[in-house]
Write a new protein. Structure first.
Length: 142
């Protein structure tokens, strides 16, 4: 048998005893807003992002990425040539509002560039004072 306790808001409120306490509903925690994307994104001949298997292949080699780096790369590659502001990236990939800390995004971009290797790192281009974009035309032939 469950023990029920009176609601504290009903005990300490200014309402009369006949008034029913206001019903509160739980607000769900914010979730990252990841746009629906195709299961396999092939940005160019050397880079394949599979969002169903959560794998990245660069020039035939499997690339092991942590969760946020994978989401960031999949978001950029899924929207090629589109400039993404730092605020947009923070809200869509991280799922939280931008707090002005641009080092978080810059650090993840630097790690992605390093892991993609010399042939593909220039494809993630910095747009000064705005953000980043993925441009498959900037991939160097190996």
């Amino acid at each position: 048998m469950a023990v029920r306790y009176p609601r504290l808001d009903a005990i300490f409120s200014d309402h009369t005893a006949t008034a029913a306490p206001a019903r509160r509903t739980a607000v769900p925690a914010p979730q990252p807003v990841i746009a629906a994307r195709q299961p396999v994104i092939s940005a160019d001949a050397g880079l394949v992002v599979d969002s169903e298997q959560r794998t990245v292949t660069v020039d035939g080699q499997h690339l092991d990425l942590p969760y946020l780096e994978f989401e960031l790369l999949a978001h950029l590659v899924g929207n090629p040539l589109r400039v993404h502001s730092r605020r947009q990236l923070m809200e869509t990939v991280w799922g939280r509002p931008d707090t002005g800390d641009t080092r978080t995004i810059a650090t993840h971009i630097a790690r992605l560039r390093r892991k993609l290797g010399p042939g593909h790192r220039e494809a993630i281009a910095t747009v000064r004072q705005i953000g980043y974009k993925y441009d498959p035309r900037l991939v160097r032939a190996a």
